[in-house]
Design a protein around this ligand. Structure first.
Ligand code: PGA
Length: 221
């Protein structure tokens, strides 16, 4: 199974979100069974977007973002999401400063422990973590807004680490680990060719129909 998640963040307003959701619904037949597509719209457009997309088998979700929230707040949201039956997507990742100080592994371990330690994970519920190095995330929607490059070899290395750490905390769960950080049509296939990168969480490039369809096409082929 490959995961292609579109993270619209606050890029699209209510009308734009609905227009894009309808356009995606029209394209849903191109999505093979082996690919799971989900959209993360702004909270305001969550309901109408879910109404359009749930009918055609495209998931709609609420992302749990690690940045700007304390690990404790993230943990509380995670527990709340589990209680109401949602599949949370937990984002972890280090800042550039932390990477430069060789703290990447340590920071990610603290984030994962805060989220999952002593949690009884519901049987059969997917556990999805997105590795989003803060320095690699796009700064906006423009072509020049890409973050610093995190190549697929380095991303794979961290994904292996994340899978191992989650297994260490919750041995009964097999985590799904996605990569997020300026994924574009030119780079998506490279990430997905790595055995421990189960999918991608795409921000800026998922907010326009043409670029998202191109990403889906290169991921599927
Ligand atoms: P980006 O966003 O693809 O715009 O870098 C990734 C994310 O924050 O999910």
């Amino acid at each position: 199974m490959k995961y292609l998640f579109a993270n619209w963040k606050m890029y699209l307003d209510y009308d734009e979100s609905n227009i894009l959701a309808n356009a995606l619904a029209n394209e849903h037949k191109k999505i093979p069974e082996s690919v799971k597509v989900a959209v993360f719209p702004s909270a305001l457009s969550l309901y109408p977007v879910a109404q359009v997309l749930n009918d055609v088998g495209i998931g709609v979700g609420e992302r749990r973002h690690q940045f700007h929230e304390t690990n404790h707040e993230v943990r509380q949201k995670l527990e709340a999401a589990l209680t109401v039956g949602l599949i949370p997507v937990l984002c972890v990742g280090e800042t550039l400063k932390e990477r430069e100080e060789n703290k990447t592994e340590e920071v990610i371990e603290v984030q994962l422990r805060a989220a999952f330690e002593n949690l009884s994970w519901p049987v059969g519920r997917e556990l999805i973590v997105a590795y989003e190095p803060v320095w690699a995330i796009s700064k906006g929607m423009g072509a020049s807004d890409v973050g610093l490059p995190c190549d697929e070899i380095e991303a794979e290395r961290i994904h292996i680490l994340i899978a191992k750490m989650v297994k260490g905390i919750l041995p009964e769960v097999d985590p799904v680990v996605l990569f997020g950080g300026s994924v574009r049509k030119e780079t998506v296939a490279g990430y997905l060719s790595q055995p421990h990168i189960h999918g991608v969480l795409v921000g800026a490039a998922s907010t326009r129909l043409d670029s998202w369809l191109e990403i889906m096409a290169s991921a599927i082929n």
